[in-house]
Design a protein around this ligand. Structure first.
Ligand code: DQA
Length: 166
């Protein structure tokens, strides 16, 4: 069975496509989910893609990732800037975490410049729209294969690797 990546989305991301399209674009969350599934498959990964408007629900999912997932991609929406609980859960779960935001947080209001998620994340991608999720999957894939004891790689996956400098 392929290794699973949890892709967790926070509040208001269910409204993508309709919500402030000048900031977040016209892509829906379903479009991003489908693109992630396709990219993951090419990388030999599986995705478990979820969205919730609830902070506690997100904490529960992060805890669930332990033992089920090889890494987490997270766009915590507005909880990014407020949630110590999500920060603590990400720390506790001991998995690689890639933080993603559709918009460039640093070109926006000052309250978006601070992220509790970044303090617990392996890396962060922002400002690239839905493509950021795909880059996050690539990053987790690359982290995975650097682990000692990682399985040998297929020719198809090696070809994908060639697109990225090491
Ligand atoms: C966001 C940025 C957050 O500041 C905002 O609250 C969101 C979306 C993004 O993807 O750009 O809900 O996480």
């Amino acid at each position: 069975m392929a290794a699973t990546v949890f892709i967790l989305n926070g509040p208001n991301l269910n409204l993508l496509g309709q919500r402030e399209p000048e900031i977040y674009g016209r892509e829906t969350l379903a479009d991003i989910e489908a693109a992630c599934a396709a990219r993951a498959q090419a990388l030999g990964l599986e995705t478990d893609f979820r969205q919730s408007n609830g902070e506690g629900r997100m904490v529960d999912w992060i805890q669930e990732a332990r033992g089920k997932a090889v890494g987490i991609v997270i766009n915590a929406g507005a909880y990014t800037h407020t949630s110590v609980a999500i920060h603590d859960a990400l720390k506790a779960v001991e998995l690689p975490v890639i933080e993603v935001h559709l918009s460039n947080l640093f070109a926006r209001e000052e309250f978006r410049h601070h992220s509790y998620v970044s303090l617990a994340a392996t890396g962060m991608i922002c400002g690239l729209g839905g493509a950021g999720y795909l880059l996050a999957l690539e990053a987790l894939h690359n982290l995975q294969r650097r682990r000692p004891g990682a399985p040998p790689r297929s020719a198809a996956k090696k070809e994908l690797d060639g697109q990225w400098p090491n």
